[in-house]
Design a protein around this ligand. Structure first.
Ligand code: ZN
Length: 245
């Protein structure tokens, strides 16, 4: 493969959630070959790792050209994150706001580690572009989702690996309603339906209750964000239709 072809390859941090599924579609619309990586850090919502296989298997229903563009899918064991201490994402403890203003779902260093591992895979594979669903708009206060954090990581990774990675965060300035709309723009109603049925968001790993926006408990912060975004997405679509009419 030539250098130019390598420079048009991407790896997507693909957990199987709404955001990362939208990022995967965004990458498939831009790059010639798209690898994927997920991390098993003993998350309570480990069901998302099963959901991602369903999403990958059904991408052809959205765009027949997409399956042949998929590169290797990596599942990396980061169980050490769970061993480092209590967080509500890796232990069965209450999801609440802590005294420091961060939710108890915050896993210190998680996205920093994810980006570092993704860059190590990209380095070995000759991949230039790294795509993640970090978002500063609905970011629940996670400091490792901030645009400045990701930009600093890009600099650190390029210096530390003597590389020229480009870190992309297509959702950085979108809210959850915008993210549903982006999915619609990228893959039409077929992608919106795929995300609704097969992506996973709920922190508690609940997949027996089906809502209009997908499966989940309906009450954890992740479910509430997703449900609220869905309602506003439908509201904007309705307003747009009535303006157009
Ligand atoms: Zn939930």
């Amino acid at each position: 493969m030539t250098e130019k072809e390598h420079s048009n390859q991407a790896i997507v941090l693909f957990s199987g959630g709404q955001d990362s599924t939208t990022c995967l579609a965004w990458a498939l619309a831009r790059f010639s070959r798209v690898a994927t990586v997920a991390f098993d850090y003993r998350q309570r919502h480990g069901v998302e790792l099963a959901c991602r296989a369903d999403v990958l298997a059904r991408l052809g229903d959205v765009n027949p050209g997409w399956p042949s563009m998929l590169g290797e899918d990596h599942l990396i064991d980061l169980g050490l994150l769970a061993g480092l201490g209590d967080t509500a994402l890796t232990r069965d403890v209450e999801i609440r706001m802590q005294d420091n203003g961060l939710p108890s779902t915050f896993v210190p260093g998680r996205n920093l580690l994810f980006l570092t591992v993704a860059a190590a895979i990209a380095y070995r594979s000759g991949i230039r572009h790294i795509v993640g669903g970090m978002c500063e708009t609905d970011y629940s206060g996670y400091p490792d989702c901030r645009d400045d954090t990701v930009k600093a990581m890009q600099l650190a990774l390029n210096l530390g690996m003597d590389a020229h990675f480009v870190l992309h965060t297509p959702l950085m300035w979108l809210d959850k309603a915008d993210t549903w709309k982006l999915a619609e723009d990228l893959g039409g109603t077929a992608l919106v339906a795929l995300i609704g049925e097969h992506s996973h968001t709920c922190y508690l790993g609940e997949r027996t209750r089906r809502w209009e926006w997908g499966y989940g408990c309906g009450d954890c912060p992740a479910c509430r964000l997703r449900a609220d975004g869905w309602a506003r997405y439908l509201g904007r679509a309705a307003a747009h239709a009535s303006n157009a009419g």
